[in-house]
Write a protein that binds this ligand. Structure first.
Ligand code: NDP
Length: 323
């Protein structure tokens, strides 16, 4: 019988890549939808007829319990949550309820229905917040500076405690920023690749950005969901930093994206200080030695290739939309 995986956040970027990977491995994949009628199915569209979709509410203990009972999964991947960090200042209670307590509801449902279910929580480099050391590893202290980061720290602590106290196979992937052609345009990499494509095709003139020296450890979502899956296939549960270990600036991102379509970025990009983020951390860079040594995982797509992949996908999409 095929293994059964439950994936929350199925409609998101990582939901698509993880579901694709799991289906290719022969899993029966169950995707959790939230009850609100505002879902965007465009990302999982190509996979939809091979997925079973189930509705549940991570804010409701009974709903989560019934979900886990009904699906009876072998593995649960918790990807759900608003990934746009600044929104958590507008909705701090929702952030804590869904991304913090929601994880405890899942862990409790596992403990009371079938403690053999393996659980993967997606944590975030935002959990490190203000850091004194670079790069960050699994022992770097968490000092989150946003409600998003605080909720993810609460969740990571719950995962570690349920693992220790109840013996659950529960792990946190401390994921650094990751992108793909499916990334929402609110995030800077996609904003840049989309603009490069639109400017190349004569549909846009300018791109306005904030701090060009802001730097990130940017990876490819397809690589990161592979690490998440590998974490649940080990003999023992543990937490891992999932990153590239490299940092690049917004300036380099823009050079790469515009250069790929033969444009000089300096002609098209304007810098507006109103887009500078006061808490813009440029010190986040992951130390992936543990993932390399113990998981046998390394990222396969590197920064320049990632940017080119996204620009090409945006060119194709914009062309299709306009012809
Ligand atoms: P996306 O924003 O692409 O997808 C988020 C998913 O979570 C969507 O399916 C969305 O559903 C769902 N979701 C949002 N709010 C809720 C809610 N209140 N209740 C239930 N489901 C909700 O994010 P990614 O796929 O990029 O990220 C997946 C996970 O990884 C998230 O937890 C994110 O915080 C974390 N992460 C992501 C990083 C990244 O750079 N991408 C870095 C580190 C961590 P809907 O379609 O209904 O909105």
């Amino acid at each position: 019988m095929s293994r059964r995986a439950l994936v929350t956040g199925i409609t998101g970027q990582d939901g698509y890549y993880l579901a694709d990977l799991l289906l290719k491995q022969g899993y029966s994949v169950f995707g959790m939808l939230r009850p609100e009628l505002r879902q965007d199915f465009s990302r999982i569209g190509p996979l939809e007829d091979r997925l079973s979709l189930v509705v549940a509410d991570l804010r409701d203990r009974q709903s989560v319990l019934e979900l886990v009972e009904r699906v009876a999964p072998d593995e649960i991947y918790n990807l759900a949550g608003n990934s746009f960090v600044p929104d958590s200042w507008q909705e701090p209670i929702e952030a804590g309820d869904v991304m913090g307590l929601g994880v405890v509801r899942l862990l409790e449902a596992i403990r009371t229905t079938n403690p053999a279910i393996r659980f993967l929580q997606v944590g975030s480099s935002e959990m490190f917040g203000q850091v004194d050391e670079e790069p960050q590893n699994e022992r770097t202290p968490f000092r989150p500076r946003t409600p998003y980061g605080a909720a993810k720290v609460f969740a990571a602590n719950a995962v570690a405690n349920f693992r220790r106290h109840h013996g659950l196979f529960a792990c946190t992937a401390i994921a650094f920023t990751h992108e793909s052609p499916l990334r929402n345009k609110r995030f800077v990499v996609r904003k840049v690749t989309d603009a490069a494509a639109r400017i190349k095709l004569g549909l846009q003139d300018k791109l306005v950005l904030g701090n060009m020296d802001a730097a990130r450890d940017w990876g490819f979502a397809g690589d990161y969901v592979r690490a998440m899956w590998m974490m649940l296939q080990r003999d023992a549960a543990d937490d891992f930093v999932v990153a590239t270990g490299e940092k690049h600036t917004v300036r380099r991102l823009v050079e790469q994206a515009f250069g790929h379509v033969g444009l000089d970025w300096q002609t098209h990009v304007e810098v507006d200080p109103q887009f500078f983020r006061p808490e813009d951390s440029t010190t986040l860079r992951g130390d992936i030695r543990k993932a390399q040594a113990e998981l046998g995982w390394s990222p396969e797509v590197h920064f320049d290739g990632l940017v080119r992949m996204m620009v090409d996908a945006d060119l194709e999409r914009v062309r299709a939309e306009t012809t």
